[in-house]
Design a binder for this molecule. Sequence first.
Ligand code: NIG
Ligand code: FE
Length: 408
Amino acid sequence: MADWDLLLTDARIATMRQGAPDYGTLEAGAIAIAGGMIDWVGAAEDLPAGRAADTRSLDGRWVTPALIDCHTHLVFGGERAGEYERRLQGVSYEDIAAEGGGILSTVRATRVASEEQLYAAALPRLRALAREGVATVEIKSGYGLDLDNELKMLRVARRLGETSGLSVRTTLLAAHTVPPEFAGGADAYIDFIIDEILPAAANEDLADAVDAYCESIAFDADQVERLFKRARDLGLRVKLHADQLSDSGGAELAARFGALSADHLEYTSQDGVTALAGSGTAAVLLPGAYLTLNEEQKPPVGELRSGGVPIALATDCNPGTSPLASIHFAMGLGSRLFGLTPEECLAGVTREAARALGLGHDRGTLESGKRADLAAWDFDHPRQLAYWLGEQPLSELLVAGRPVDRAS
Ligand code: NIG
Ligand code: FE
């Protein structure tokens, strides 16, 4: 009996271990994998005695934790390029939403699409992420906004996880906006989510977490709080689209509920940052939406940094505010637009993204006891990931120790 299924040698390893300097780099490293988990990682000269069923040299290539996209809406019907053109002519996102466009136009297109159609439309977006070294993707509902269509979206997301070889985490975002059936009745719609959609999603085990859009054009803090209490009763962790277009106290609310993450945060105040600091809630920054909405107010990166708030970075892939299915491009934008260092960008799509999904114990760094999700690269330093825009330097992607066929 072999001790390990696979032994990778001659690797330069960016472990991304918490607190380790310089990407947690180990030169001339080796990684021993057993049962889909990392059994041992370190400098090859320290490798303990053991027999591997398969040994492979990485010929000096860099290895990082596989990447994680912790905030996407990549299952949706239709697209909104026409709306984008109107926005370029000066019509605002809020005005388009008030006319019944925006999120609601994607709701119409998603409701008429079959599960098969939604799956076929989403798969290329998921593959695009896999080609860049992404092994774990969070996918939200939020374009169904009724019982059947919210569950339909979550089922499609689950199926993408079952067939793609990637790990998909699902999030119920029924509280994305008020659907036409409840126009003018946000409270009644929240009641409907609490009474019908949330218990059904929990019952069918379709949602790993619950999210809401706390914003002037969506739900207020009291409504989100009612929803979060119900989620907590059902044993589901929460996340929040917070302070994207205005300071609505979203960061404070997320922190108060021990949310996995508070996302966007452009308008978060110092009080909001103080609440996040020490709460364990990760900040998820979404530069694709910031760029597409032509925002001027940046998230308070310096304050988040000095408060020690974990900072994750994601694509927010969605048809309205972030038509972006590239985690590398999100990293490039995170450094250019928000001033994150290349190391913070890589931590943001590995260690901190894992935290934002409640998976920090299981992935996001290369350490023994974690899942063997790793990416090998054809670059000469991991800082290149945030530097290049549109390069594809991935050499190999392993999920739970097994190579992912990135073409399927
Ligand atoms: O993350 N902020 C709300 N939700 C999405 C936008 C969804 C849409 O416009 O379709 C976001 O930016
Ligand atoms: Fe989003």
